[in-house]
Design a protein around this ligand. Structure first.
Ligand code: CA
Length: 249
């Protein structure tokens, strides 16, 4: 990830794709095709290599072959989904098999989409663009995929949080909670609203959930934000809001 202090308009964000494929010819073909689309492509030949690469730098999308020597693509996907930092990372799964069960299995594992070999370069491009578009839309509700409030910065598609340039380790829920507060900067959110947005709880259903859950997560989030944790203000009788102090306050 490049070090950018200010919010970046979406058009300037070059999407990075990691292609995980052990067959060099296929990897090179996919990389060539995606690079032509203006994407920054990296390749990994094994599952282990892929995991190390993602640990160093989370891409915007992973094109993942299921059949890999050593750690299989399925296993890589399972590991990604188990980690809060990569649980929402878009993954396009590649397979040589055609059976319908494989498709279902792949999607159950948490792949965003699925492509059966052999596929046309055009098909690959369309699937990749569709996934990236969905990811952008998901993170563009505040007008950009990168949110920032003071030194707090969230890169929504890649789920990277930083505090004054340093990585901030957040769980998926904490990330979404902070994202919600940042998107609604300064506006008080009730616990029910936060449950609906950060926990994907449907409107109305939140009453059945313990709203104290929100308090617990807010407390953890504040602790992780250090001094900036004070910016998450309790609005007695209502809920919470994120408010950065103005200069001089
Ligand atoms: Ca393979």
């Amino acid at each position: 990830m490049t070090a950018v202090a200010a919010p970046v308009p979406h058009a300037q964000v070059v999407c990075r794709v990691l292609v995980v494929e052990d067959e060099p010819d296929i990897a090179a073909l996919i990389a060539y095709q995606l690079a032509r689309e203006g994407l920054r492509v990296e390749t990994a030949g094994t599952g282990q290599e892929a995991l190390s690469s993602i640990e160093r730098d989370i891409p915007h999308l992973v094109v993942l072959d299921r059949m890999l020597p050593g750690i299989s693509g399925d296993e890589v996907l399972r590991k990604l989904r188990a980690e809060p930092a990569t649980s929402g990372l878009p993954v396009l799964l590649l397979t040589a098999r055609r059976e319908q069960e494989d498709r279902i299995e792949g999607l159950e594992l948490g792949a965003d989409d699925y492509l059966t070999k052999p596929f046309s370069p055009r098909e690959l491009t369309l699937r990749v663009q569709a996934i990236l578009r969905r990811a952008k839309e998901g993170g563009a509700m505040a007008g950009g995929s990168i949110l920032s409030t003071g030194p707090i910065r969230l890169d929504v598609p890649s789920r990277e949080a930083t505090l004054a340039g340093r990585p901030l380790e957040l769980t998926r829920t904490e990330f979404r909670l902070l994202q919600t507060l940042m998107e609604r900067n300064g506006r008080t959110q009730t616990r029910s609203q936060l449950l609906e947005h950060a926990w994907d709880v449907e409107s109305g259903a939140s009453e059945r959930l313990e709203t104290r859950t929100v308090d617990v997560h807010i407390r953890r989030l504040r602790a992780k934000l250090g001094t900036m944790g004070l910016w998450i203000q309790t609005v007695r009788g209502f809920g919470y809001r994120l408010k950065a102090p103005r200069a001089g306050e």
